[in-house]
Design a protein around this ligand. Structure first.
Ligand SMILES: NC(=O)c1ccc[n+]([C@@H]2O[C@H](COP(=O)([O-])OP(=O)(O)OC[C@H]3O[C@@H](n4cnc5c(N)ncnc54)[C@H](O)[C@@H]3O)[C@@H](O)[C@H]2O)c1
Ligand SMILES: [Zn+2]
Length: 378
């Protein structure tokens, strides 16, 4: 790994993730417009990637970014192979993992060689899973291309595949050697996918202080909401920094800190499940986060203006339509699904709720069903 001086030379918008444990690890998350154009050099600078690189990507990215990524890596002296999977959640499967392993074996990849995931969270989770298990762990690089992946899924080391309908049933914790987020790739992202990612971005504004002690990101988003494209690298960089801070403090989700990242997710998962994944994850989070804020206001944990500010922000980034067109389910049905959330312990629904000031949260598992039903009903 590069030393501290190299990391700061890498890019001004680089976060240095350091993790303790039996084998201390350290890697950069770089966020920058046009980064793919420098990808080969950035990878070379990391120093420990072996000779071969398998680029794993999907059919929506193949024509746009695979060529430039391959070319940059080849120019830097790597032997590059690619594997293109069908775009969509169905590719996050054991059968596609097997296809990846087979390619790695056929091409003679060793654990020192690199698997590079070029895509959204589906490609990222699958490449992480394969890299962590092939030869018990090979080098992994993430090149996230969705807003969700750049602010969330590429950071933190959670990998997974789905088992049939059961999402993320099999997975590992495995950190990459680097995350290279080229914000220009978001120009081709469908607007609906971008908006879904904005729900996770706004979430960081509501959990910021709890995560790294800082304040002001929610207000910063309020300032820039009408021209997000102009501030994308800074916005994504801040989200990545918040998530990285949580991951550094609670890598394996044993200390409760990572739970803060679930604001809006307990409500959201219920909507995702009941809609049979007919809405995007981020859309479900937008719905869930608004319900969490309403519950917090109703329970006197947070002053009412936060709800108006959230609604105003949703309106400006396009998420208001998600709330307006949110699917309707019977409140008792939603509650029943929430009770089955795997994060619950001892029967109570474990919720993370905004608390006292924007950026602060509290974890509660004692909110009465009637109070939850009340926000689901009105
Ligand atoms: N590991 C984690 O911590 C974590 C966190 C959040 C989500 N996830 C996982 O991430 C997945 C969702 O990720 P996602 O929202 O990125 O979905 P995705 O990977 O399916 O990407 C969404 C769609 O956008 C397309 N796409 C990607 N980049 C594009 C680009 N630049 N231009 C045009 N099209 C592009 C994809 O082909 C796909 O059709 C889920 O499987 C979820 O479980 C994991
Ligand atoms: Zn999420």
């Amino acid at each position: 790994m590069p030393d501290a001086a190299d990391l700061s030379a890498l890019d001004t918008a680089s976060i240095d993730v350091t993790l303790s444990g039996a084998e201390p690890r350290r890697y950069p998350i770089v966020t920058r417009a046009g980064l793919i154009g420098r990808l080969g050099d950035e990878c070379r600078r990391l120093g420990v990637l072996g000779k071969k690189v398998l680029v794993l990507t999907d059919t929506n990215l193949q024509n746009r970014y695979l060529g430039p990524v391959q070319a940059r890596l080849q120019q830097a002296g790597f032997e590059v192979t690619s594997l293109v999977l069908e775009a969509g959640e169905a590719s996050k499967s054991l059968s596609q993992a097997q296809a990846v392993y087979q390619t790695l074996i056929q091409q003679g990849f060793t654990r020192k060689d690199t698997l590079l995931g070029l895509g959204g969270g589906v490609i990222g989770d699958l490449s992480g899973f394969c890299a962590s298990t092939y030869h018990r762990g090979m080098t992994l690089i993430h090149v996230p291309t969705t807003l969700v992946a750049q602010v969330d899924s590429a950071i933190g080391g959670k990998t997974a595949v789905n088992l049939g309908q059961i999402k993320n049933m099999v997975g590992t914790f495995y950190q990459p050697k680097a995350v290279f987020a080229d914000t220009e790739t978001l120009n081709s992202l469908p607007p609906r996918e971008f908006m879904a990612g904005m729900a996770e971005v706004i979430k960081y504004g509501l959990i910021e202080t709890a995560c790294d002690g800082q304040t002001g990101f929610f207000e910063w988003l309020e300032t820039h909401a009408d021209d997000l494209k102009a501030v994308l690298p800074a916005m994504i960089h801040r989200c990545a920094a918040i998530k990285a801070a949580v991951v550094m403090a609670d890598e394996l989700e044993t200390k409760g800190l990572r739970f803060f990242l679930n604001l809006g997710h307990t409500f959201g998962h219920a909507y995702e499940t009941l809609s049979e994944y007919g809405i995007l994850h981020g859309e479900a989070v937008a719905i869930g986060m608004r319900l969490a804020v309403r519950l917090s206001v109703q329970e006197g944990l947070m002053a009412a203006p936060l709800l108006q500010r959230l609604d105003a922000l949703y309106e400006r980034v396009g998420l208001a339509s998600v709330i307006e067109t949110a699917p309707h389910f019977h409140p008792k049905e939603v509650l029943a699904v929430m009770k089955h959330d795997k994060k619950n312990q001892d029967g109570g629904i474990k919720l993370i709720l905004p608390y006292q000031a924007v950026g602060q949260v509290v974890v509660r598992d004692d909110i009465p069903d009637a109070a939850i039903l009340s926000v689901l009903t009105s």
